[in-house]
Design a binder for this molecule. Structure first.
Ligand code: SAM
Ligand code: SF4
Length: 475
C-alpha cells in the first residue's frame, strides 16, 4: 500500500512512496549485520551523515550483544555532541477525555463505560496551570481525546488560557499539543494561538495492524492520520512531532517507518519532525496489556539508541509511562526531553488529596510518579542540566535542532547557557536547600568547562541578574 499527500500528484521527489509495508519488510529482510557493517553505519552517523533506511535495517537486525553495546555507545557519543548534557523537562496536562474513537489500547476509548468522563472548565484549567507553575513547570503538552467538543477553536482557547496564567514568578512559556489530526484550516486556528509542537502519533505504521487496534471513529482511517502532518505543514505549522505506540506491531518495522516518515517530511517540506516519541503500551482502565509484539527492556534500549543514530537532530521524548530505573538508563542513549511530576488524571495536579492513580480517570498507567523535584534531583546527581529552555521557539529560531546539529558551537553558545539560566531560575524559585546545593554545583561545573571567557562573564552576569529577581533572560 502506498500513500501520497494529496498535493503531490506530480512525479517529483515527494512522489516517493510514503509508507509501503512490503518495501520496509524487504529492506529489513535483505539487511545483514556483520561487525564491519554495524561499525560502518555507526561511524557514518557519528560523522554527521544521515543514515539510509538500509543502514537503519543493519542496526535493527543486530543481535550480537557486543555490537548492540557499540550501538548504545555510539548513541551516547552522538547525544553528547548534539545535545550536550541538557535534558529538557515538561509536563503533560490532560484537558478532556471524551472520545468518539475506539482505540482498543486506550482508557479513553468510547466503549469504556468505566471511564469517568470530564473536560476541565476554564477555572479548572487555571487551577491546574497554577499548580504546575508553583511546582516550577514552564513547558506543557496539552492532551485531548478526539471529540466534537474539542474543536480547533476550543483547543486554541485552552492554549490561550494556559499562557495567560501567572503565579509568582511562574509562567508557561511553551504549550505543545497532543490531539486528533485536524484539517488545514483547523491547524491554522491552533497555530494562531502560539503553540509549540503539534504531536500526532501514528501508533502503528502497519496498515493491517492499525486496523486491528482502531475499531471505530475517525481514527480508524489510517491514511487520514498518516497525512495529518502534511496538512499541518500546509497550514504553516512546521513544528510537528511523530511517534509510535510500541507493542502494537514489530518494533523493527516501526523504527524504519519512523525514519521513512522523517524522510518524507524532509523531502516535501525541508524540515523533519521536531520530536519523536516512543511510548510503550501500558495497562489502562479495564485493560491488561499483553501482546506478542511487546517490546522488552533490552529491545527498548536498542531501539532508542538506533533512533538517535538515525535522526540525530530530532528531539526524543521519553515519558513517565516508563519506571524511574528504565528512564535513568534510557536517557543516556539519546533522549532529549522527559516529563517530571506527571499526573495524567483529569484535574490531577490541583487535586492534592488524590495520591493513588485512578485508572478510570486517566488514559493509562504511569510508572514514574515521582515529584518533579525528585526527577530534577536525579538528573543533577548524574551531572545533567535540567532545562526549561524555550528560547529558540520564542526567538523564532525554528528548525532549532537542525541548528544545534549544524551550526558549530551552537550548543555551547546558546543551549547550555540557556539551560543554566532556567536551572538557576528553578533553584531560586522552587528548589529546597539540598537540590539547590546540587544545582549550583552543576552550574559551576558547566561554567568551569566554558572556554569562551566573554561568554562565561556574560553568563555569570546574567546569573547574578536572575539572583536579583530578573527572569527569562535568554540567549
Ligand atoms: N486522542 C488523541 C490521539 O489519539 O491522537 C491524543 C492522543 S492520546 C490522548 C496520547 C497518546 O497516548 C496516543 O497517541 C497513544 O500513543 C498513547 N496511548 C494511548 N493508550 C496508551 C496505553 N495504554 N499505553 C501507553 N500509551 C498509550
Ligand atoms: Fe481517543 Fe486518542 Fe484514546 Fe484513541 S488514543 S481512544 S483517539 S484518546
Amino acid at each position: 500500500m502506498k500513500f501520497y499527500p494529496e498535493k503531490y500528484k506530480e512525479p517529483d521527489v515527494a512522489m516517493q512512496p510514503f509508507i509501503d509495508a512490503n518495501e520496509i519488510w524487504d529492506i529489513i529482510n535483505n539487511a545483514t549485520s556483520t561487525k564491519d557493517e554495524v561499525e560502518k553505519v555507526i561511524a557514518k552517523s557519528l560523522s554527521k551523515q544521515r543514515l539510509s533506511m538500509q543502514d537503519v535495517a543493519v542496526l535493527v537486525n543486530t543481535q550480537n550483544p557486543e555490537l548492540i553495546q557499540l550501538i548504545k555507545e555510539g548513541a551516547k557519543t552522538l547525544k553528547k555532541q548534539v545535545y550536550g548534557n541538557r535534558i529538557v523537562l515538561f509536563a503533560p496536562l490532560y484537558i478532556g477525555n471524551k472520545c468518539h474513537n475506539n482505540c482498543t489500547y486506550c482508557g479513553f476509548r468510547v466503549t469504556n463505560k468505566e471511564a469517568e468522563r470530564k473536560t476541565l472548565d476554564d477555572q479548572e484549567i487555571i487551577n491546574e496551570i497554577k499548580a504546575l507553575e508553583d511546582n516550577g513547570q514552564k513547558r506543557l503538552v496539552l492532551v485531548y481525546g478526539e471529540h466534537k467538543d474539542y474543536s480547533p477553536e476550543y483547543i486554541a482557547h485552552t492554549v490561550r488560557v494556559a499562557y495567560s496564567v501567572k503565579s509568582g514568578n511562574g509562567e508557561i512559556r511553551r504549550v505543545n499539543i497532543n490531539a486528533a489530526p485536524l484539517d488545514i484550516d483547523g491547524f491554522k486556528i491552533v497555530k494562531e494561538a502560539g503553540i509549540g509542537t503539534y504531536q500526532i502519533f501514528q501508533e502503528t505504521y502497519h496498515p493491517e495492524a492499525y486496523k486491528q487496534f482502531h475499531l471505530g471513529g475517525k481514527k480508524a482511517n489510517f491514511e487520514n492520520r498518516l497525512t495529518a502532518l502534511d496538512r499541518a505543514q500546509e497550514a504553516g505549522l512546521d513544528d510537528v512531532g511523530i511517534g509510535v505506540l510500541f507493542g502494537l506491531y514489530d518494533w523493527r518495522y516501526e523504527v524504519l517507518a519512523l525514519v521513512r516518515h522523517t524522510n518524507h517530511l524532509e523531502a516535501c517540506y525541508n524540515v523533519g519532525p521536531h520530536t519523536i516519541s516512543f511510548p510503550r503500551i501500558k495497562d489502562a482502565s479495564g485493560l491488561k496489556m499483553g501482546s506478542k509484539y511487546f517490546v522488552s527492556d533490552e529491545d527498548f534500549a536498542k531501539l532508542v539508541a538506533i533512533l538517535r543514530l538515525a535522526v540525530p537532530y530530532t528531539g526524543m521524548i521519553l515519558t513517565a509511562r516508563e519506571p524511574a530505573e528504565i528512564r535513568k538508563e534510557i536517557i543516556q542513549y539519546g533522549v532529549s526531553q522527559i516529563d517530571g511530576g506527571t499526573k495524567i488524571e483529569i484535574g490531577g495536579y490541583s487535586d492534592t488529596l488524590n495520591e493513588v492513580q485512578n485508572l478510570n480517570r486517566g488514559q493509562f498507567k504511569i510508572s514514574d510518579d515521582r515529584p518533579l523535584s525528585d526527577v530534577i534531583d536525579e538528573l543533577l546527581e548524574n551531572e545533567m542540566i535540567p532545562s526549561f529552555c524555550t528560547a529558540c521557539y520564542r526567538l523564532g529560531r525554528t528548525g532549532e535542532h537542525f541548528m544545534e546539529f549544524s551550526v558549530p558551537g551552537f550548543i555551547k553558545k546558546c543551549c547550555t547557557p540557556n539551560a543554566v539560566l532556567t536551572l538557576a531560575e528553578y533553584i531560586i524559585d522552587y528548589a529546597d536547600d539540598e537540590t539547590a546545593d546540587k544545582g549550583w554545583k552543576v552550574i559551576q561545573k558547566n561554567l568551569d568547562e566554558l572556554d569562551n571567557e566573554k561568554l562565561k562573564s556574560s553568563l555569570l552576569d546574567r546569573i547574578e541578574r536572575v539572583k536579583n529577581g530578573e527572569r527569562d533572560l535568554i540567549y
